[in-house]
Write a protein that binds this ligand. Structure first.
Ligand SMILES: C[S@@+](CC[C@H](N)C(=O)[O-])C[C@H]1O[C@@H](n2cnc3c(N)ncnc32)[C@H](O)[C@@H]1O
Length: 257
C-alpha cells in the first residue's frame, strides 16, 4: 500500500517554518531547555550537529547564543535546505550544510568530534534498528563530555496515555486556528493538510503497522535504555511534554559506562 503523504518533507518546508513554533506544542520550550541543559550561556564554542535540522530554527538559536560555535545542518530535503539557507544566512561561514539521509555518512562532513548532536521530530521516521544504529553512530562521533539529545514524538507508558497525547496535539492544532495571524493563515492551512494525514496515519490507523518513513513512535523508556546500553552516561528523559520527549545522555570521559 502506498504510504500516506510520503513526499511531505519535499513540499512543506516554508509552511512548516512559519507555523511550527505555534503548532507543535512546547516547541520553543523544548529547544530552549536543551540549550540550557547542554551549555547554558557560558559555552561559546562548540561543534553542533542537528540531524533533520529542517528550516534551522534550533541552529539559529544555538549560533546566536554561542558566538563561536559551528553548526552542521543535516537533512535530506532540498525544500528544507533552501528555507534553512535563508534563515541562517547571517551566520555565513559558521554553518556546513550536508544534504544527506541519516543512513548516509554525514559524520565525515563534521571535522573532528561533535559537542552536541541534536535532533527534533525527525528520528522517529526510522525503523527501530536504524534508530539504534544512529544513536550508536552519534556516540562514536561525540567528544568525551558531549551530549546527544533527541526531542521527538514518542510513546508513553501505556496505550491510553499515548492516544491521549496524540489527541492533545489534534486539539491544539484546531484551537490554534483562531489565534493565527491573518498573514500566516495560508501557511496554517498548508501545514494542516499534512497534519490531517498525520492524524489519519497515527490516530485513526493507530493499530496499522508502520514502516520506514511513517511515524514509528517508540516508547521513551525503550529509547533511554538503548542510550544507556550504548554507553551514554546519565541517559534519561530530561523533558516530557505530551507526545514529545527529550531523551539524551552524555558521552563519558574515560571508560566508565
Ligand atoms: C518535522 S521536520 C522537523 C524539522 C526540525 N528538526 C524542527 O523541529 O523544526 C522533520 C525533518 O526531518 C527530515 N528528515 C526526516 N527523515 C529523514 C532522514 N531519514 N534523513 C534525513 N532527514 C530526514 C525532514 O526532511 C524534515 O526536515
Amino acid at each position: 500500500m502506498e504510504q500516506i503523504d510520503r513526499h511531505r518533507f519535499f513540499t512543506m518546508a516554508e509552511a512548516y517554518d512559519r507555523v511550527c513554533q505555534r503548532l507543535v506544542p512546547g516547541y520553543d520550550f523544548l529547544q530552549d531547555e536543551v540549550l540550557r541543559i547542554t551549555g547554558g550561556n557560558e559555552k561559546t564554542d562548540a561543534t553542533i550537529v542537528d540531524l533533520g535540522a529542517g528550516s534551522g530554527i534550533f541552529l539559529e538559536k544555538a549560533l546566536s547564543r554561542w558566538p563561536d560555535a559551528k553548526a552542521h545542518w543535516v537533512d535530506y530535503s532540498e525544500d528544507f535546505l533552501s528555507v534553512a539557507r535563508q534563515r541562517l544566512a547571517r551566520f555565513d561561514g559558521r554553518v556546513v550544510y550536508t544534504q544527506a539521509s541519516f543512513e548516509d555518512d554525514w559524520e565525515s562532513q563534521v571535522e573532528g568530534q561533535a559537542d552536541l548532536i541534536f535532533s527534533m521530530s525527525a528520528i522517529h521516521h526510522l525503523e527501530n534498528a536504524d534508530k539504534q544504529r544512529l544513536y550508536q553512530r552519534c556516540f562514536d562521533k561525540l567528544a568525551p563530555g558531549g551530549w546527544l539529545f533527541n526531542v521527538d514524538e514518542m510513546k508513553t507508558l501505556r496505550q491510553d496515555g499515548y492516544l491521549a497525547n496524540m489527541r492533545f496535539w489534534v486539539g491544539h492544532v484546531q484551537e490554534t486556528r483562531g489565534k493565527i495571524a491573518e498573514e500566516h493563515v495560508p501557511y496554517y492551512e498548508k501545514w494542516r493538510s499534512h497534519f490531517d494525514n498525520w492524524e489519519l496515519r497515527n490516530v485513526v490507523n493507530v493499530d496499522v503497522p508502520k514502516t520506514k518513513g511513517d511515524d514509528i513512535h517508540e516508547h521513551f523508556t525503550t529509547q533511554v535504555n538503548w542510550l544507556h546500553e550504548i554507553g551514554f552516561a546519565n541517559a534519561d528523559v530530561y523533558i516530557k511534554y505530551y507526545l514529545w520527549c527529550a531523551v539524551g545522555g552524555r558521552k563519558p570521559h574515560g571508560k566508565q559506562k
